[in-house]
Design a protein around this ligand. Structure first.
Ligand SMILES: Nc1ncnc2c1ncn2[C@@H]1O[C@H](COP(=O)(O)OP(=O)(O)OP(=O)(O)O)[C@@H](O)[C@H]1O
Length: 568
């Protein structure tokens, strides 16, 4: 039902109209057999020549019933097709909308929530779950028709013989109740299998991402296959095998339900009730007719259960990715000189099997425009975490960040983020300049200039707004990312170990030419770096250890102190 609610949420009028058409088609369906039976029951029908009309040379018995039968068939064709076409088209719209909502939520949720959810779950939801929900919901039109047909035909059975009607209802109620138990058990297996599909997705990520490493060691490859990939594959396979066997058994039991009722009438019911042969035949005919729609309804239940599993997965994802309470509209920030972090702490959420999470803080630092600030420290000391705090991706657990004297409040996070750009250690390189502010006068010349400066002009060009290739070496990709960042021309630029994989010549260009030129443009430059050869360029050094700033300095004496601490 929740899947139908989804339809109603996106397009209430169309959904109502489709349900109405499906209902009318179902009513017409349920009237077909009664019409034939009533026509045949008409005494005059079999008297030769009576009630026979000639139509285009063909003798038609009981022409009024025949005409009604024909009209109903046409109505069924039009209304049922109309209902299905509307809901199928709606289903495709909903798939599009649901995915768009998820894309939007991913863009509006915080980086920490995204890191918590992880890409595997997101991809699985966007592909498998959204399609499962829409496929399940897409069968609704047939179900509506089937339900109305069943109700209509059973009502006719009640009109024919109330005793048989009640007998059939008892068989159906018993069948439906008995049907639910294995369906619940089967659904549990599918639900568990769905959980493991997320792990499987993660394992496939390792298979592709770690292909090079696995190829270099047979033992590693075998262990990965046995302990991770095949383990998850087997779990999913076994759970789904059990679930589908239960569903198949239950489905076939459901399919036989009407035949149980027919058998019951033929072998048991007649021993307790006086009933004429024509009535028995009529009832059996009705039950045979209604068996199709009832089987369809029964088979729909497992599909609905799968739809529910996927819906719950999507709902959970929306819950775990709450949108940040930031304004959608950018209100430009007035010119600023200094970013100040005052008693800032950040706690990573506790991971499973972890007794203590990593904490950064207290951090008390100032980043000035027109200056180069280095952040340095050992691996795992919290430099990248500090970078995410500084670029306003992580929300400080305690303390505040100020742009000049103005505290950055949640609602204005987006405004301040527009002032910053960063090349993170796990940066993503887009194949074009997406920021429209980059596409100012002369941007092509600027790009060409920098491509040439970094000896990249023979490798990649900007054509029709896109880079001709991204199939570059790691160092070249980083250089291209640097060019894009320079072109974006934001007031604060942060480089997280940008130069780590550059050769000495490009390192030198970066530290001795690019950074000073950005400084001259009055940018606030933050460089996370271990390159002590270039520490002399810093206006300020910040040194981190175990999440704490253990040294910072603006003057040469303090810089010397920092270098000395690093050396010990
Ligand atoms: N997504 C995360 N969830 C939980 N804890 C994390 C996460 N990312 C990092 N950490 C923790 O934060 C600590 C600091 O990580 P961070 O990446 O900030 O260090 P770093 O100084 O940049 O290290 P490196 O020089 O190796 O890049 C790590 O030791 C780890 O325990």
């Amino acid at each position: 039902m929740e899947a139908l609610k989804l339809f109603a949420k996106y397009a209430p009028n169309k959904t109502f109209f489709a349900v109405l058409l499906g209902t009318i088609a179902g009513l017409c369906y349920s009237a077909l057999i009664p019409i034939v039976m009533m026509s045949l029951a008409d005494d005059n029908t079999f008297a030769v020549g009576s009630s026979v009309t000639k139509l285009w040379g063909i003798e038609v018995t009981n022409s009024k019933f025949a005409a009604l039968f024909f009209v109903l068939c046409v109505v069924i064709l039009i209304f049922k097709s109309g209902s299905e076409i509307i809901l199928n088209r709606l289903a495709l719209n909903i798939r599009h909308n649901l995915r768009t909502e998820l894309y939007d939520r991913v863009q509006r949720s915080s980086i920490s929530s995204l890191e918590h959810v992880g890409p595997s779950r997101l991809i699985q939801a966007l592909t498998t779950d959204v399609s499962a929900v829409v496929a399940g919901a897409g069968t609704f039109p047939q179900i509506i028709t089937a339900v109305v047909t069943s109700l209509g035909v059973l009502s006719f059975l009640a009109y024919l013989d109330l005793n048989i009607f009640w007998f059939v209802i008892k068989v159906i109620v018993f069948g439906v109740v008995a049907y639910q138990i294995p369906i619940i058990i089967g659904t549990r297996y599918f639900s568990k299998a769905r959980e493991h599909q997320d792990h499987l997705q993660e394992a496939v990520k390792g298979l592709i991402g770690g292909a090079k490493e696995l190829k270099l060691s047979e033992g590693k490859k075998r262990a990965y296959n046995e302990q991770i990939l095949q383990k998850e594959e087997m779990i999913v396979k076994d759970l789904e095998k059990t679930g589908s066997s239960i569903y198949t058994l239950t489905g076939n039991f459901g399919n036989l339900l009407c035949f149980f009722a027919i058998g019951g009438i033929g072998f048991i019911f007649i021993n307790y009730h006086a009933i004429s042969l024509p009535e028995i035949f009529a009832s059996i005919m009705i039950l045979l007719y209604v068996s199709g729609p009832i089987i369809m309804i029964m088979n729909f239940v497992p599909q609905l259960a799968m739809t529910q599993i996927s819906l719950r997965k999507i709902d959970l994802l929306f819950y775990e990715l709450p949108p940040e309470a930031v304004s959608e509209y950018i209100n430009p920030v007035s010119s600023w000189q200094t970013v100040t972090l005052k008693d800032v702490y950040y706690n990573y959420p506790l991971q499973p099997n972890q007794s203590k999470s990593f904490v950064i803080g207290p951090v008390n630092i100032k980043i000035n425009r027109g200056e180069i600030t280095y952040i340095t420290g050992g691996n795992g000391s919290g430099k990248s975490t500090l970078a995410k705090l500084l670029t306003l991706h992580y929300e400080a657990s305690e303390g505040d960040i100020y742009f000049d004297g103005v505290k950055v409040v949640k609602e204005r996070l987006n405004d301040y983020r527009q002032e910053l750009s960063c090349i993170y250690s796990d940066y993503y390189l887009f194949d074009r300049l997406l920021d429209e502010k980059s596409l100012t006068e002369g941007y092509k010349e600027k790009i060409n200039y920098y491509l040439k400066s970094f000896s990249m002009d023979k490798k990649v060009q900007l054509k029709d707004g896109r880079f001709t290739t991204l199939k570059l070496s790691d160092g070249q990709r980083r250089r291209l990312a640097l060019i894009v960042t320079i072109i974006e021309d934001k007031p604060l630029i942060l480089f997280d170990e940008w130069a780590a994989d550059q050769d000495p010549m490009f390192k030198d260009i970066f530290y001795r030419e690019i950074l000073p030129s950005l400084k001259k443009k009055n940018k606030a430059i933050v460089v996370i770096s271990h390159d002590d050869r270039y520490f002399d360029l810093a206006d300020q050094m910040i040194i981190m250890e175990s999440g704490k700033v253990i040294g910072s300095g603006m003057d040469n004496a303090s810089k010397f102190e920092v270098v000395r601490v690093l050396a010990t």
